[in-house]
Design a protein around this ligand. Sequence first.
Ligand code: ATP
Ligand code: MG
Length: 378
Amino acid sequence: MGVDGVGYVMEYHDQLGLSRERFADLAEQFHDDSYAGREYRRLPDYRKAVEKGTVLVAGTVVRGFPKIPRCLVLDEGIPQHFDREIAVEEKLNGYNVRVARIEGDVLAFTRSGIVCPFTTHKVRTLLPVDRFFEQHPDRMLCGEMIGPENPYTTADCYDVDSIAFRAFDIRERVSGESLPVEDRRAACADLGIPQVDLFGIYTPSEAVESTPETIDDLDERDREGIVMKTIDGGQQLKYTTSAANQGDLAFAFGLPFDYGRDFSFRRLIREGFQSVEFADTEAERRARAHGVGESLLVPMTEAIEAVDGGERLGERHTVRADPRVVDALLEHLREQGLTLDIEQDRRVEGQRVLTFSKRIQKSTDKIDSYLGGTIVNE
Ligand code: ATP
Ligand code: MG
């Protein structure tokens, strides 16, 4: 069990700030897992009391990264949500990782609290983890893994050849409390840890003025959006570009029966509100409509043609790492129940460069059956 500042042993429920009874109810929701012989428990979904991705390991808590609410309209959304100064930072499109040190081992936890062997290896080689944990023994480093060569996301709009880490938070490992934005930025700069861009620190009304231009600029560069946060990191709010909304739609419609209708509907609605708030001209609105239409139909027709040609649909990823790290990743993904098709397997300067596809069954099967003439009652 964890030890508090004066040496008392703290049980999990104390660390989580829950009564023994509430923790007992919650405990059933945790999944058992292990990494390199170390057992841990993780909370895979959102629960009222505790963040998704919260982990219990070796007597200590690794608090989940909180869900960030979104506004559809900046003009009213920002002043509604914030009554103090906020930092506006770039929202990067990759995958969330928390880096924590547990009994001397530096581990990388993904959003739902899984220790990823590939990401763990990458953060150990990319970041000055020993110096970080010397200075912040009870904290965790939170950031986004970006770049084209990773096993989870596909955005390729960054100036990154393979994979890179960008810090956006330093939190207490147990409580999840953030280091204030300026302190976090100074700490990362000091340690040479790369971080997300900061656009500025603004009052809410200044942010209402400046954010539309920031969004336009990000949109032109195909970037995802912004995260606004109070200086103490306690409250956050996100807003995304049209490029991100349409990119997500294109992704979803390339696998049309696997990504939920809610997923697509929400992104369509975001485009509607943005078109109005950003006062699209007639021509701009038509261009946006065209973009939305293309992001639905082009990937969907490509998927139908692919299945018609006998292909299986999947999510394609490329990773580059030591051969043993790639082996560990493949084993890890298969343990999660994924079926992988290996598409290319090369050695480049001692590294294994592997392209694989995570098989997506439902869309493949449904398209196949519709192509075969299956009738629908609609
Ligand atoms: P979840 O909120 O559960 O992570 P989601 O897909 O809804 O899932 P996103 O829409 O990607 O999440 O937005 C939240 C995520 O944005 C954070 O979890 C984090 O990984 C990422 N992110 C990227 N840049 C930043 C940043 N500057 N500050 C905070 N989070 C950021
Ligand atoms: Mg994301």
